[in-house]
Design a protein around this ligand. Structure first.
Ligand SMILES: C[S@@+](CC[C@H](N)C(=O)[O-])C[C@H]1O[C@@H](n2cnc3c(N)ncnc32)[C@H](O)[C@@H]1O
Length: 218
């Protein structure tokens, strides 16, 4: 996977990053309309993380911050980062007794020291990215995380005949151009290549989403 040219490949994907920025800055106001579909999965992600009071949590590609806020409501000290300032503006406008720290930052290069966080979470962002970019982000998450990583992504069907159909349907409601690649990607292998050890994989919300729980395995 890492052929020593990873950095070059990431830079070659700057078009993709421009597309992400354009899209999320423009559509940030609509993003939370479908939050009701994701709510149960977010609660389950917090439960699987085995969060303990006082632990530090990083939410990468936090978007409008719903997963970060789910941790904050349980008393966590949370940092939420995203490259799209408009998404973060929406997050910051939400009422909450305690507040995460919101930072504009590219997940490919996290400005945090190694093992700064007990738990890192990443939700519904990797399936928009080429696998090389996913790999870089997972490596960064591994570096900054002490205890566990929780990754939430769409869950393509196991049945191979249904996968392209799933990708077609999903592409009607999801802006990603990479859903066919995602449908066929061996994500467990991507995690292993990034040095993560998979502890548990669980489908949630009628199989729409998949939570992958990993150890950073330092
Ligand atoms: C579909 S939204 C998911 C938001 C949120 N995690 C959730 O679960 O609702 C994807 C988010 O990933 C962000 N993103 C994409 N690439 C990124 C990168 N390289 N670094 C930081 N954020 C990124 C986008 O700006 C967008 O807000």
């Amino acid at each position: 996977m890492n052929n020593g040219q990873g950095r070059v490949n990431v830079m070659a994907n700057s078009d993709f990053r421009r597309h992400v920025l354009d899209h999320y800055n423009r559509f940030s106001s609509c993003y939370d309309w479908s939050e009701f579909i994701r709510r149960e999965t977010r609660r389950r992600a917090v439960a699987l993380s085995d969060y303990q009071p006082g632990e530090k949590v990083l939410d990468v590609c936090t978007g409008t911050g719903e997963l970060a806020l789910t941790f904050v409501r349980r008393g966590a000290d949370v940092v939420g980062v995203d490259i799209a300032p408009e998404m973060l503006r929406r997050a910051a406008a939400k009422q909450s007794s305690a507040r995460p720290t919101w930072m504009v930052m590219d997940a490919i290069e996290l400005a945090f020291a190694s093992e700064s966080f007990d738990i890192s979470v990443l939700s519904l962002a990797l399936h928009h990215m080429p696998e090389t970019v996913q790999w870089h982000i997972l490596k960064e998450l591994r570096r900054v995380t002490r205890k566990c990583l929780v990754i939430v992504e769409p869950n393509p069907p196991h049945n191979q005949c249904l996968r392209n159909l799933w990708a077609f349907g999903a592409s009607l409601i999801d802006e990603s151009e990479l859903l066919y690649a995602w449908a066929w990607q061996d994500f467990n292998r991507t995690c292993s290549n990034a040095g993560l050890k998979i502890r548990q994989v669980e489908a949630t919300t009628f199989g729409l989403f998949r939570i992958t729980l990993c150890d950073p395995d330092h």
